[in-house]
Design a protein around this ligand. Structure first.
Ligand SMILES: [Zn+2]
Length: 190
């Protein structure tokens, strides 16, 4: 798994993309749109709540981690549930809200697929059961994110995770700044 920093940015990028498609510009009413942003960022992170399930049911952080919550089936179920309970204000239909939530959840699966202990071409990713209940684990041979250390609470709060989270913050924050600037310039010129 990458850190919540990368997953949160992916949730925010999902919002930016679909809000822009719905005709909302960069100068949109951010305060009014704060709730859907929070929801999409949450859904982009929700798969990793399996840490809490593992802690509750197995007494450790890892036994149930990278299990069924990291699958397309659960992603679809959670997305439909969120679309039914919290329809997004910039989505005209239930199916559109579902698609947007599914994109946010799917971004989590995609990022975890390309996460490993080292960046680059290497097979050290931990793998996720994308087509659960089938148990086969899937991973990409190309790693774009460094995996979070999560052996125990000490490892989670360790310096390695702080550094990889900082790197994600710088890279993803930079990408976000460029996206917003480019979009703002485009809106000024159109
Ligand atoms: Zn994950």
């Amino acid at each position: 798994m990458a850190s919540p920093v990368a997953h949160s940015f992916a949730g925010f990028w999902t919002f930016l993309y679909f809000a822009s498609e719905a005709g909302l510009g960069v100068r949109m009413n951010w305060r009014r749109l704060a709730p859907p942003i929070v929801l999409l960022v949450f859904v982009a992170n929700v798969a990793d709540l399996d840490f809490l399930l593992s802690l509750y049911y197995r007494g450790d952080l890892n036994t149930l981690h990278h299990g069924f919550t990291h699958s397309i089936l659960v992603a679809a179920g959670v997305s439909f549930a969120f679309a039914a309970i919290f329809p997004l204000p910039f989505a005209s239909r239930f199916s559109r809200s579902s698609l947007i939530y599914l994109t946010a959840y799917g971004s989590h699966l995609l990022i975890d697929l390309v996460t490993a202990n080292r960046l680059g071409w290497n097979p050290s990713g931990s793998g996720i059961p994308l087509f659960w209940p089938l148990q086969q684990e899937w991973r990409s041979p190309l790693a774009l994110f460094i995996g979070v250390q999560h052996k125990n609470f000490g490892a989670i709060l360790g310096i390695e995770n702080a550094l990889s989270s900082l790197l994600e913050l710088l890279v993803c924050g930079g990408i976000t700044a460029i996206l917003l600037l480019a979009r703002s310039k485009y809106e000024q010129n159109s």
